[in-house]
Design a protein around this ligand. Structure first.
Ligand code: CP3
Length: 328
């Protein structure tokens, strides 16, 4: 598609760095925001005042876990906590392979509301967590540094691992299709922690499941994202995705060459750069734009989600700068 400038949006663009988000969070928990379509709509729209070229559905990758039978909460200061982490094959067998209408209808209602309000002004990006990243929360019970329990199951109990990954992949596949049917014009698969794996392990334990998720999505473009994935890019591309996410550790020109110019790429400014003075931010943003070389198919983004303390004015200035500096 022809564009008049490089498009830019930011992962986690709706969130705590915005005063209007913090104001709503004083009145509602994160899960209330996610589960009330009118509030999810409101939060999704908040960052559009910064001039970004896409809206991303306000939800969380963990939402499908609850209707599957693994409830969790967002504990203050700790992040997500899964109440009964998965330890046994019996727990895996008890997980439900739900249809998204059962238990995730509120997300689909939010997608409909947002798509209607946007009316095509900017595309709405839907999303889901990838099987490995979701499995890691289910098995570790929360955030992790070494992913020891996750990898232990993967290596020591491959049958249980594959049963769990297959269930997650089927739920995520259905969930993405349902978001598209409800009005999402693009979807992103977040495999945030898959960079923990070697290429050989990714190929054996993860790639077939991601291919199952992405295989049948033909209606809209798919963004396939991970972090720390420098050694996995070709394998991720082969698993699927029209747009491959690059984090800041991979020089964008190298990453794109390896992914192939028949795919688009998304990235890859270090989110921490946004804490620097504006001239430094612009220098780094220019480096990203130069690495893309004006080639069609670069979506400007951060290499990972925007951080909570990021100055809003700097985010706005980055959006303006990317548009000006890349104007065709
Ligand atoms: O604006 C957007 O990008 C859409 C909303 C969105 C949220 N989570 C809302 C949220 C998206 C796309 C996500 C994805 C998500 N959730 C990921 C993958 C993306 C990534 O960063 O790699 C992951 C790993 C999660 C799980 C999750 N949710 C964690 C680990 C945490 C706590 C960590 C933290 O930052 O405090 C959350 C909470 C969460 N989800 C917040 C937001 C805006 C934090 C803000 C709050 O508490 O109000």
């Amino acid at each position: 598609m022809e564009v008049d400038a490089t498009p830019i949006w930011m992962m986690r663009q709706a969130g705590r760095y915005m005063p209007e988000y913090r104001a709503l969070r004083e009145k509602h928990t994160l899960l209330e925001l996610c589960k009330t379509p009118e509030l999810a709509r409101e939060v999704t729209m908040q960052p559009l005042r910064l001039g970004v070229d896409a809206a991303i559905l306000f939800a969380d990758i963990l939402l499908p876990l609850e209707p599957m039978g693994a409830p969790f909460e967002f504990a203050k200061g700790e992040g997500p906590v899964v109440h009964e982490p998965i330890k046994s094959r019996a727990q895996i067998d008890a997980l439900r392979v739900i249809n998204p209408e059962e238990g995730l209808g509120y997300v689909l209602d939010a997608v409909k509301l947002i798509a209607k309000e946007l009316g095509g002004r900017v595309p709405l990006i839907g999303f889901a967590g990838a099987p490995f990243t979701l499995a890691s929360y289910l098995i570790e019970g929360g955030k992790s540094t070494h992913f020891t329990k996750t990898k232990r199951m993967m290596y020591a109990e491959p049958d249980a691992w594959n049963a769990l990954m297959a269930k997650l992949a089927e739920v995520v596949r259905r969930y993405l299709h349902a978001q598209i049917a409800a009005g999402a014009e693009c979807v992103q698969l977040f495999d945030s922690w898959v960079g923990q794996l070697s290429p050989a392990d990714y190929r054996e334990y993860v790639q077939p499941h991601v291919a199952h998720v992405l295989g049948g999505i033909t209606e809209v473009p798919v963004i396939h994202f991970g972090t720390g994935t420098h050694s996995l890019l070709e394998l991720q591309r082969d698993a699927g995705g029209d747009v491959i996410g690059l984090d800041w550790r991979t020089p964008l020109e190298d990453g794109w060459k390896r992914v192939g110019y028949d795919r688009a790429v998304q990235g890859n400014l270090d989110p921490t750069v946004l804490f620097a003075p504006l001239d430094v931010v612009k220098k780094h943003a220019k480096r990203v734009l130069d690495a893309a070389g004006g080639r069609a198919g670069h979506v400007f983004n951060l290499g990972h989600g925007i951080l909570p303390e990021t100055p809003v004015d700097t985010v706005k200035a980055l959006v303006d700068y990317v548009h000006e500096a890349s104007a065709r």
